[in-house]
Every structure is written in C-alpha cells, then in structure tokens.
Design a protein around this ligand. Structure first.
Ligand code: FEO
Ligand code: CA
Ligand code: CA
Length: 627
C-alpha cells in the first residue's frame, strides 16, 4: 500500500521526494531587501495608504476618485464558506460540463457508484477542469479546456485509498486527463454541450502528438517506441492555456514529473531528473501498469513532456504539436501577443517555488491569413531578471550566456535560466497581457520557501524586488511595462499590482497592499485573464480554511481588478474545497464560462453523490455583457 499523498499539493509532493535544505537567515535577508530598495518598507506602508508602486499610478489615485471611476457592472459579494457557487445580485450561473458528462451519445450517463468505466472515460468530459478558451468556428462555439490532474479517491471510488490496482484503473485515469474540445450552444435551458458535435474530441495521455522545434528528433527525445524522437504519445497535467492570433489552442504541461516512476528502485537519478523532480515513485502508479512511464525501461520518456502543445480546435482530425522552442519546464499558461513588427511574443511561467518567468519571441512575423505552421518553432527564449530599482530585463538563453548547447537549453530550460541568474519567483502562475495597454501581469501565487530554502536547482531564494516577503503564504501580482510599448524588447519597468494579505490579522507586509481591504480579502492568486474591455479577472487557488492568517478570506474565489485604479472587487465564490480556475467568454460576451476544479462533495449533484469538477456559465439576468 502506498502512502496516502493524494491530498498534497504538487509542490509539497515534490518536496517530499526531494527535500530542500534550510539555508537562509531571516533577519539578514529582510535587512538586505530593505536596504537594497526600500521596497519592503514601502509595502509596510501600504496598509496606511502610502504611495509606493513603481509607477505611482495605482496609489496616487484616492479611493474617492477610484469609486467614481469604477468600471465594475456589479455589486461585489461577500465571502462564503458553503458548498455552492455565488455570483452578484442580477447574475446567475448554471452547470455546462461536469466530469463524466457524455460528449458522445455512445457514452452512458455518469454513474456515481463507479465514477464511470475505462471505456466510457475516453468519451466524456474529463476531470479537474482548468485553463480554457472559446473559439468561434463559423457559427459554432467551440471550447477547448484542460483537465489538469485527477482526484483518485473520487475517480476510483471503489479502490481502497483511491489507489490504482490494474492497467484499466491507470488507463481510466489517463483518459480523464488531457484536453476536451467540445461544441457548446445556448438553448432555452441555457448553455449545454452539443453531444456528438463533429468538433467534440478528447485528447488524453495516449493521443499521438508531433514533436516540433529544436528538440525534435534529438537523441534525448528518442525512445524504443519512437526511435526517431518525432512522435510522442499524450499530453499531461494540462494546467493553464493560451490562444494564438491564428485561432489555435495552447495547452501547457505543468507537473509532468509526477507521472513517472521506476520498477527498479536502485536506478540512479540523473541531474536532469532531479532538477525537474522526476523521481522513482510516480503519483498514480503508472509505472507499475504502463511500461512507458517506467524510467528503468524508458529513461527518455520524461524529456517528451513539459512543453506547450498547440491544438487546432477547428479540425478534430489534426495532430497536436509539441512546440519545444517554447522551452521545457512546469508550464503554467501561455499569454500570446503580437509585437508591433508582427513577431509573436509568448509569456510563460514555471510554477514551482523559486522558479522563473520566461518569454519566447518568434523569428518570423505573423501575417493574418499567412502560414503559421512554423511560427512557434523558431525564435529566442528569455528568462526574466527583475532589478530592485524597478527596472528589469529579459535575458536571452543563448549558448554563450548559459554554457549549454541550444538543444539542451530547450530541454533543460530551468538550468539555462539558473545559469544566467534569472530572478527566482514566488511560483509564477498565469500570465495575462492587457489588450488595451502595453503591460503584462503574472500571478505569483505564494511561496512558503521564500527566504527559507533554495529552489530545486539550489538557487538562492532570498527576498527580492517582486518577491519581497519571506514565507509568503498570500501571493502577489507583478506587472511589467515593456520599453517602447513593444513586448518584443528586452527592457522593462515593473511594479506590483497587488500584494495579497490580511489587514485584519496580518502584521506589516502581511497586511497586503492598500488595494486589499476587509471587503476583498483573498490569498494565492492563480488563474488570471483580461477581458476584451481591459478588466483583469483574478482567480484563486489558496487556503480556504477561513481561519488564522486566512481568516475573512472564505472559499476560493474570482475577483475583478481595474488595472488603472487598482480597485479589486469580489465577483464569484466557489464551493468549499474547490479552486476557481479557467475563464473564457462566449463570442457575444454575454456569457462568462468559469471552471470549478476539485470541489468537495456535495457540489454539484448533492448529498451522497461524487464531487465533480464543473465548467459553469455565468450570465446577467438582463442578458447584458459580462466583462
Ligand atoms: Fe496548475 Fe500552477 O497551477
Ligand atoms: Ca494554476
Ligand atoms: Ca495554484
């Protein structure tokens, strides 16, 4: 019987396998941070309303001015601790797609006594809904949506401790992850899946994918089943997402390391495995029942994951493509923007304590209607370096700068970023780019190791400019302003849009910035997306105990932020136990689709039923615009 680690976060699971040494001296790092920039002192003053943001734009606005400038078309709601979803007065919500809901008429209705069998698991909406994007394909509305990981006790309800005990169990778990592409339509009863739509498709841990870009065909990507290193099977741990200007979906492989293990426990771990947390014991026992995940038989298989995968939602027969040029790490999401000269810029985060932020800039330029097949295969990869004085630089990861060859930079990108001294961050989650201003935002969700332990590569993680609090359990959102309003340039200025905190029970910097107040408390910002009007929607994946340092924060939630005034207000609360993650809009913006991941029972089907991750549709009762 395996230890029960099913309730651990991915970061805690990683550290269970690879404990990090305690190295830092608190007082010394705090002292250093204060003297270096005075920023932490500024943060301390946030609670009293002092102006300290890098641009001054946020805090130079008084609350009275902010109120008259408010752009929010709803009355903010209070916190909740119950088992359902809440939205503002004048809005309502409805379930659209739940784990196990048929995409095809040959799949049976969901069976709460079994969670579905292995055959049906490939024909239904998967588990743990996460990043998503809606595409208009002719008159059809097609949503591509990620299924990040599984909740084994819920998905295998008849297995002791949810532990897989057969190849069928493992295959069922594999089928419930990956990506769903589904057509949705609004009828008299609201939005629903269009069952049997020709667009409907499941992509899972066994779907063939073309490997493209610099690492395609390299020895590190060759396996016995694929001696050319050009065709991988599956995409996994699909977390956040992105959308290209040419209408394809980008799905991001995050905690891929946890799926591998070894049936030979004497196997020596390579440096590459250690840097990425690939260990000898997988999280879901795949290695026991599926030799592809057994490192002792297929040591290169992990090198085929940790990428961004491009999917054409309009063509259900298309082969997804792994774009290795965008680097290999725990990809959170992908924020795509076109630079003034037509180059494609993709901002990306590596979600692990003390890892980095990245940017890809294409060599070629995008021309609407032109050939985009190779645009994401050739370009430059950069890691972010934030200076304490409010400036920063995207440092290109070249052989000269890193001492690594070009392919190794692609496959072991973390090591390349460490080599150039990129800034260690408090777990970069989603990146979002403002559609009406030249600025990017990244959620730094939390990092209890800040100032306490190095990252997985041994890099020092003392407090620094955008990560100014040791033992940071609340998180913050950093934003940057590229020089010349051009996302393809190397130089930027930066500030903090918000530092989450608790002005009621917190001390000093842990009170949060001045745009955090008793009415909008939250912790651990994670999902984040701008709507087309330039409002910033922030989703949380944090501690929902509503106790101690989290008192007054309630369940995980979704807030709206005004990037100009800094005002942040609560729009939606999720059911107890859930993370709110993933948001997209119908083509007319009258519906907002929101993801509710891993709720606790009884959401959404009631007492005695299995809990089901669910995509909901949120509408205004007057059918007005929602964002
Ligand atoms: Fe899958 Fe970093 O959230
Ligand atoms: Ca996330
Ligand atoms: Ca998270």
């Amino acid at each position: 019987m395996r230890d029960d680690t099913s309730d651990l976060s991915w970061d805690d699971w990683d550290e269970l396998n690879d404990p990090r040494p305690d190295v830092s001296d608190f007082d010394a790092v705090v002292e250093e941070a204060i003297s270096r920039r005075g920023f932490l002192g500024g943060v301390l003053a946030f609670g009293s309303g002092a102006a300290v943001m890098g641009t001054g734009s946020l805090l130079s606005t008084t609350s009275a001015e902010a109120a008259t400038m408010s752009r929010f078309a709803f009355t903010p709601i209070g916190i909740q601790t119950d088992s359902t979803v809440h939205v503002p007065e004048g809005y309502s919500w409805k379930s659209v797609a739940k784990w196990g809901q048929p995409l095809f008429s040959d799949a049976p209705e969901f069976d709460h006594s079994t969670g579905g069998d292995v055959v049906s698991s490939a024909r239904v909406f998967g588990e743990n809904t996460d990043g998503m994007e809606l595409f208009s394909v002719g008159k059809h509305q097609v949503i591509a949506v990620n299924h990040e990981y599984v909740n084994t006790k819920t998905n295998l309800p008849n297995n002791e401790g949810g532990v897989p005990t057969s190849a069928d169990d493992v295959r069922k778990l594999q089928n419930l992850q990956g990506v769903t592409v589904m057509e949705v339509a609004e009828g008299d009863d609201g939005w629903d899946i269009v069952v049997d739509s020709p667009f409907n498709r499941r992509i899972d841990h066994n779907t063939p994918m073309r490997i493209a870009g610099p690492a395609a065909g390299h020895d590190m990507l060759k396996t016995s089943a694929d001696p050319d290193g050009l065709l991988a099977l599956g995409t996994m741990n699909n977390c956040g997402a992105g959308k290209t200007p040419w209408g394809t979906y980008l799905t991001c492989e995050e905690n891929f390391n946890g799926y591998f293990g070894s049936t030979d426990d004497t196997l020596e771990r390579t440096d590459g495995w250690k840097r990425y947390g690939v260990g000898l014991k997988g999280r879901y026992a795949y290695e026991t029942f599926d030799p592809r995940y057994d490192l002792s038989q297929n040591p290169n298989e992990p090198n085929r994951f940790g990428y961004i995968v491009e999917i054409d939602p309009a063509d259900p027969n298309s082969t997804p493509v792994k774009r290795t040029a965008l680097g290999r790490f725990k990809h959170e999401n992908a924020a795509c923007v076109v630079a003034p000269n037509g180059q494609i810029v993709v901002y990306m985060g590596d979600d692990e304590r003390g890892e980095f932020m990245y940017k890809f800039v294409s060599t070629g330029v995008y021309q609407p209607g032109g050939d985009t097949d190779n645009l994401l295969d050739e370009g430059s990869l950069y890691a972010a370096k934030f200076n304490a004085d409010g400036t920063g630089e995207w440092v290109e990861l070249t052989p000269e700068a890193t001492g690594m060859d070009a392919i190794d930079i692609t496959v072991h990108t973390r090591m390349a970023a460490s080599a150039v001294g990129a800034t260690t961050m408090d777990r970069p989650e989603w990146v979002a780019v403002n559609p009406i201003a030249a600025e990017g935002y990244c959620c730094l969700t939390n990092n209890k190791n800040r100032g306490v332990k190095p990252n997985a590569g041994g890099d020092d993680t003392s407090v620094n400019g955008p990560n100014p609090r040791e033992t940071n359990n609340y998180g913050q959102i950093v934003r940057w302003f590229p020089a010349n309003d051009d996302h393809a340039t190397d130089a930027f200025r930066w500030d903090l849009y918000v530092m989450a905190g608790n002005p009621i029970v917190g001390e000093g910097a842990y009170k949060g910035s001045s745009n955090v107040n008793a009415g909008n408390l939250f912790n651990s910002p994670d999902g984040m997306m701008f709507d087309s009007s330039g409002l910033l929607w922030i989703q949380t994946d944090g501690n929902d105990s509503n106790e101690g340092e989290y008192e007054g924060m309630g369940n995980n939630q979704m807030l709206a932020g005004d990037p100009v005034t800094g005002e942040i207000v609560r729009f939606l609360t999720g059911p107890q136990g859930s993370e709110v993650t993933g948001v997209t809009w119908s083509s007319d913006r009258r519906t907002m689709f929101v993801g509710i991941q891993h709720p606790a029972a009884p959401f959404p089907d009631g007492e005695g039923k299995l809990a089901r991750s669910t995509v909901i549709a949120v509408k205004r009762d007057d059918n007005g615009l929602v964002g």
